[in-house]
Ligand binder design. Structure first.
Ligand SMILES: C[S@@+](CC[C@H](N)C(=O)[O-])C[C@H]1O[C@@H](n2cnc3c(N)ncnc32)[C@H](O)[C@@H]1O
Length: 421
């Protein structure tokens, strides 16, 4: 049988791995003390490449049986995470010091045997450590979950409602085998209601979902930095940016720190719980309630921004959202861009690291499971935009991170057409 594996590819990957190890050793040596330089962008890109190269190297030599042996029980890792999140094990362990299994089980409210089994499985991944028999402590990884509620929310929604919904995927496909329908999702198959109705019915889970959006963005720091650095936000002067479907406004708040002369209007269906009585989410960041299927009410912006507002919508819904923006873009004037911050799936001929592609393809499944929606290639974005309004043109795509910035303008602009007559 033909195989894609080759000795020379294996050797090349092994050499690259060795080179990466040298680069990381040098960077670690240059860092302060023994601390790993997690905050350095080059550290993130080197470690991502390390992971990518390691995966490819293993794929060259692993036997098919080993591959499946490793994979077939891997969802039980997620079960252990589900237990840890649901019973707050991350929070019950002191950040400094340790806790006995007996005490941990007392705090968690279930038996020592099952607490210990979940903890020990997670410890094999470097999440928690057993420092003496029946005595547990945080590792750097588990401590992060304890310190940051939004990261914990991002993990918790996946291990809870999304994980449950994912297990009904085959059943949902059987219900509508030839078409992905918005009203037949794995989520609605599992819970009997759409994800929107689910969050209306469970406000505590809706708040956790809002917090999870901030956490998910924070976990993908590379995309946040790329968003900040790859686009010339400074050129917008003291303009107004409309952050459509901006959730709790974490992206606007993040950009506002570095671009204090800009002002931001975060729009979403409902005000986030963090909204103060002054209608502000932060200095220069205001909230406005707005349904993006309705015409855009702000017509004097310098840019209209949307992050992850299309990947969770069907094509028909995206077209409605884009059309609702056209009158405001026309009124705001020539040169005012629509900026879409979305993952872009690689087309067959595109080069992308397998690691980055894996992240996107997992996100794509998440959209299928929850909303009958999808991640898209650049070509699919072009087609969607063209269908919404043939004047929409992609003029640039910024960044190399998982989430990229697509700049779009109306062209020809209305006045161009008028001048031509
Ligand atoms: C995937 S989240 C993205 C949130 C934020 N932009 C981010 O990247 O973290 C999608 C957002 O769209 C909002 N949304 C859904 N339907 C909407 C509608 N009809 N009008 C305005 N916002 C909506 C949701 O409330 C949610 O905040």
């Amino acid at each position: 049988m033909a195989t894609a594996r080759s000795k020379s590819d294996f050797q090349q990957l092994a050499d690259r791995l060795q080179h990466l190890a040298q680069l990381l050793t040098a960077e670690w040596a240059a860092a302060d003390g023994d601390e790993l330089p997690f905050e350095s962008p080059s550290w993130t890109s080197l470690t991502d490449e390390l992971q990518n190269t390691t995966n490819q190297l293993v794929a060259q030599v692993i036997s098919p049986k080993s591959f499946f042996r490793n994979l077939q029980l891997s969802h039980y890792d997620l079960v252990a995470f589900q237990i840890a999140l649901e019973f707050h094990l991350f929070d019950h362990i002191p950040l400094l010091g340790e806790i006995s299994l007996y005490q941990l089980a007392q705090r968690a409210g279930f038996d020592e045997d099952r607490v210990g089994r979940a903890m020990r499985l997670l410890a094999t991944h470097g999440v928690f450590k057993e420092i003496q028999e029946n005595l547990f402590a945080h590792t750097e990884i588990s401590a992060l979950m304890s310190k940051d509620g939004s990261f914990q929310s991002a993990m918790a929604i996946q291990m809870d409602e999304m994980y449950q919904a994912a297990s009904s995927t085959a059943e949902a496909i059987r219900k509508s085998p030839l078409e992905q329908k918005p009203d037949i999702t794995p989520f609605s198959t599992r819970f009997g209601i759409s994800i929107y109705d689910f969050y209306k019915k469970h406000p505590d889970k809706a708040d956790r979902f809002g917090s999870a959006m901030g956490g998910a963005a924070g976990l993908d720091e590379e995309s946040m930095i790329s968003l900040r650095d790859s686009y010339d936000w400074g050129s917008l002067g003291n303009g107004k940016i409309v952050d459509i479907a901006g959730g709790a406004g974490h992206i606007s708040k993040f950009l506002a720190k570095d671009f204090p002369s800009l002002s931001f209007v975060v729009q979403d269906l409902f005000p986030p719980p963090s909204l103060g009585p002054d209608g502000k989410l932060a200095e220069s960041v205001h909230f406005q309630q707005h349904n993006f299927f309705q015409p855009q009410p702000v017509t004097d912006a310098q840019a209209y921004f949307m992050k992850h507002a299309l990947h969770n919508q069907t094509d028909a819904e995206c077209i409605k959202i884009l059309r609702a923006l056209v009158p405001a873009l026309e009124k705001a004037g020539r040169g005012v861009p629509l900026l879409l911050n979305e993952g872009i799936l690689p087309a067959f001929e595109d080069k992308m690291s397998k690691h980055q592609e894996l992240t996107l393809r997992r996100g794509d499944m998440c959209m299928m499971v929850t909303l009958s929606a999808k991640e898209r290639t650049e070509q699919q974005f072009r087609e969607l935009l063209k269908y919404a309004d043939p004047r929409f043109k992609i003029t640039n795509v910024y960044g190399t991170a998982v989430t990229r910035l697509i700049e779009i303008h109306l062209s020809p602009f209305k006045e161009d057409a008028a001048n031509e007559v």
